[in-house]
Design a binder for this molecule. Structure first.
Ligand code: PAF
Length: 282
């Protein structure tokens, strides 16, 4: 596996691969890899001739007082995992390369980033779309793969690619869960054993919401009452939001018609976790 540590060198290498006619698949990450990331990479291996993975903990998507400093990092372990999957190139840019002195340009997707995490983490999605646009310009992929656990991020990146005529296919992959249902996330490592047990209520509540929908319930308020009831039984849980939204616009829905998403963000102790489930007639 090649390791490339500067934007200039990565651009040069990608240009060379393109001239050789290679299809470049790209999985951007912030490292501390888990099975969810590895699933995205397996998909990338299937769809491209060359798989490039970036590892960069992006400071601009963390707000003041969030966990940028203590975000888990373990480059040695990550590189071993990447080799195991058969990743061709790992791109590990230094901060100074991504945000040089005098940096002043941002990418902001205006509408789909307003609700959900956009309300509780102002500036977060601007940080995400800016760094992903930069990574796209450096890595020059034909396709890029993201997890559906961060559903709003996926929709924002798809919108950015469409709006800015980026010639890149943005692909979403269903959430990978632990055997007990907990959605995989690098932040799960913050949970104590007791908190981890309580965190299972998130997926349990989403499954309950889906069950009610499949039984014919179409009132978002009624489904949300059941879901929040399950989560509030947990001592360590503080709900940031639980909402039912349109799958494309991410605006709140009152009466579910066709497809919808139940999306939630809940703090378990000090750890903010995200999860979601799609509601669709079966
Ligand atoms: O999902 C993530 O890990 C990050 O938000 C991403 C897409 C790598 C941008 O920093």
């Amino acid at each position: 596996m090649e390791i490339i540590a500067t934007a200039k060198e990565m651009q040069r290498r990608s240009e060379q691969l393109r001239l050789e006619g290679k299809k470049i698949a790209f999985v951007p990450t912030m490292g501390y890899l888990h099975k969810g990331h590895l699933t995205l990479m397996h998909e990338g291996k299937k769809r491209g001739d060359v798989l490039i993975v970036s590892i960069f903990v992006n400071p601009t998507q963390f707000g003041p007082g969030e966990d940028y400093e203590r975000y888990p990092r373990d480059m040695k372990r990550d590189l071993a995992l990447l080799k195991g999957v058969g990743v061709d190139i790992c791109f590990t840019p230094p901060s100074q390369d991504m945000y040089p002195d005098g940096f002043q340009t941002c990418v902001e997707v205006e509408q789909v980033t307003k609700n959900l995490c956009g309300t509780s983490r102002p500036g977060h999605f601007r940080g995400v779309t800016t760094v992903v646009a930069k990574l796209f310009n450096i890595v020059k992929p034909h396709l890029a793969i993201f997890g559906e656990k961060d559903y709003q991020q996926l929709i924002a990146i798809k919108q950015m690619a469409r709006d800015l005529n980026m010639d890149i296919e943005v692909i979403g992959i269903p959430t990978i869960r632990e055997s007990d249902g907990l959605a995989m996330s690098s932040r799960n490592t913050y949970l104590t054993a007791k908190e981890r047990k309580e965190a299972l209520s998130l997926y349990r509540s989403l499954l309950k919401g889906k069950e009610l929908f499949l039984q014919g319930q179409r009132s978002a308020a009624k489904i949300l009452t059941e879901i929040t009831g399950i989560i509030k039984e947990q001592k360590s849980a503080t709900i940031d939001y639980v909402k039912i939204c349109d799958v494309h616009t991410l605006e709140d829905i009152e009466e579910i018609k066709g497809e919808a998403i139940i999306a939630l963000a809940v703090k378990i102790g000090k750890t903010r976790l995200l999860d979601n489930i799609i509601l669709k007639e079966e």
